[in-house]
Design a protein around this ligand. Sequence first.
Ligand code: ATP
Ligand code: MG
Length: 458
Amino acid sequence: MRSTFEPELIELAELVRSRGAELFVVGGHVRNTLLGLPISDTDVTSRLRPDEVTSLCRGAGYTVVPKGAAFGMVEVHIGGKVYEHTTFRSDTYAEGGAHRPESVSFSETPEEDAFRRDFSVNALYAGVLSGAITDPTGGLRDIDRRLIRTTTADPEAILRDDGLRIMRLCRFAAELGFDIDESTFAAAKKCAPLLADVSAERVRDELGKILMADVKYGLPAEESVLRGLHLLDETGALDVILPELARCRGVAQSPKFHRYPVLEHIFRTTAMAKPDLVLRLGCLFHDAAKPVMLERQGNMHGHDVEGELIAREALRRLRFDNASSEAAVWLVRYHMYDLDGNAKEPTLKRRFVSWGRERVLALADIRDADFRGSVGERIEVKSSDRWRRVLAEMEEKHTPFSERELNCTGADVMRWLELPPGPKVGEVKAALLAHCAVRPQDNTPEKLRRIAKDTVGR
Ligand code: ATP
Ligand code: MG
């Protein structure tokens, strides 16, 4: 594999060799090179201890950033390239799946190091100078078979040590389109409850990757995102990380509009949506309140209003950032708007101005996904098509979408109407904006003055 290694990496390997050690590339870089897939980062490993790597590299003039030196990790920067060096080690974990090694002992060979890694295809070592591959756990064979399998013959031992590995299992299978080894899968089902011990941030990041699994290597969303979601469901991980969605499993809905029960519809909607994390999070929760409503009142009406609360709570629990959460929650709240596409055009236009362009387009996208997720096909959707057409027409006519885009200021309004500063000024401006949503040609100072006087006169 040597030909694929860049000069900076070879430089680092030669430095490591000057201490009598061998530098290996490990993890995604080796796996993806063998698969002919793009590489996101380069993890390197050797028997040198973190402090040795640090002094060696600093001595050579490289920048070294400690990254959890207790676990043996340091980041080496060479001429714009970044390598995460981890010392060979074997870990002992505490009870529970929280991934806090009780003790870390450094070891001398890749053969020892391999068994603390999660999956065989992630435990392949390529010698940077020799180009030779060391494969202590049968990863080469699994790459050939396109199979995710734990590094040890006892998969439970691996998955038990860190509950997040169950989500990583689903994620790698989804991104790569690999099958999952039978006993690995059985162990995942058994260990899924341990995900409760994993920090919300780690769960959030892994969930985000599953929701965007099609983007990673370009597989169709049905084969990657949808599959990843199914795997979360089948392993039981979903019950732990998103119990509000697990409640939707198998909940039947009207066959007149729906081909699938609620959870399956949610999954399909999410996979059918454009690859945007906020949009897909909105899809994930858009119908989450259906079982609650059904139980409470015997039908699903109002699931958009209740869904807003469920989505906000779940996204907060998983520590998604506020801006993304609120944008996704907003989509849940309004995903039923103008379902049939029969809203009157002036009504639509005033709504669009109050929402803003970005939200209108996102709402159109979630509507498309929702309908496609109901029938399971990429159909044209009447309402969202019309919304986009109306929005484009508004833009063509230079419709103001905010008070800043009105051709008058608050001072103008006060002068025209002899008003003191106060809430009234804001009300008039809002009325002017709503007026221009439908009649953008009136957005001139003279016309706005006349309309302002009429508005107040009324
Ligand atoms: P990607 O292409 O997504 O970066 P990767 O396999 O390189 O995939 P990383 O998360 O970068 O994944 O981790 C690098 C390597 O470290 C993995 O291949 C694996 O060997 C090991 N590893 C990372 N996280 C874990 C974990 N939670 N448990 C066990 N081994 C892990
Ligand atoms: Mg990596």
